[in-house]
Design a protein around this ligand. Structure first.
Ligand SMILES: [Zn+2]
Length: 237
């Protein structure tokens, strides 16, 4: 295998590795998006649940006030009926006092119930809004999540093809180069990178001018003296 053919194979490897890196990056980004949206949705769900719980608390308080009011009203009716038949002055006074206390209690309960009803309504509105926001958030992200899931699935498939192509190219390399490339692939993100403004795009090491010229000509195999990656000229495509 002559040097120039070797450089051609390495250039193809560099292109595939670049594609692979980009695809993997997008897949990662999509996964991060999904994770973040799930976290956000959990927060919205929790808010809706908390708001619903608060509304239920107020409803329960209101029922308890109403029950107590019923009891007090029943007691009031009972004392008022008793008053009718009472002739004893002290007994009459005692009942009157009791009725006044019950009336006061009923008034307090009515006020509390009114306030509680207003609170319940307010909490009800809040709960409705929280539910709406939760559902809106779910709808908002569902479409984008689906798009990203589809994109990731397509990219996974593409990554598999890229790997197949890389294997084919690797098998074309002489044993020594193949070993080097495989070793670099294991340890680094890419084994073959392009040169940009005379610098290795893998580690940003500036190459000696003559070496950079050699890479540009594409007639001999050049490795970065710093990271040991193979260097090729950026594609002419
Ligand atoms: Zn380098």
């Amino acid at each position: 295998l002559d040097q120039q053919t070797l450089v051609t194979i390495l250039t193809e490897i560099a292109e595939l590795e670049e594609l692979k890196m980009q695809a993997a990056h997008t897949v990662d980004q999509n996964a991060a998006f999904t994770r973040k949206m799930a976290e956000l949705q959990a927060e919205y769900d929790e808010d809706a649940e908390t708001a619903a719980g608060q509304e239920q608390n107020k409803a329960r308080d209101l029922r308890s006030f109403e029950r107590e009011m019923e009891t007090v009203e029943y007691q009031l009716e009972d004392r008022r009926e008793k008053m009718i038949g009472v002739t004893d002055r002290r007994q009459h006074q005692a009942l009157k006092k009791e009725i006044a206390a019950l009336e006061l209690r009923l008034q307090e309960l009515e006020e509390s119930a009114m306030a509680c009803l207003a609170d319940e309504e307010k909490e009800g509105h809040r709960a409705d809004q929280a539910r709406r926001e939760r559902d809106e958030q779910r709808e908002r992200t569902a479409g984008e999540k689906e798009d990203r899931d589809q994109q990731s699935a397509a990219l996974q498939e593409r990554l598999a093809h890229i790997d197949t192509d890389l294997h084919r190219l690797l098998s074309m390399l002489p044993p020594l180069e193949r070993k080097h490339v495989e070793r670099l692939m294991e340890k680094l993100d890419r084994a073959v990178v392009t040169l940009q403004n005379g610098a290795c795009t893998g580690c940003f090491h500036q190459l000696p001018t003559q070496e950079a010229i050699n890479v540009g000509k594409g007639r001999m195999v050049v490795r970065c003296p710093s990271c040991r990656r193979y260097l090729v000229h950026a594609s002419w495509k």
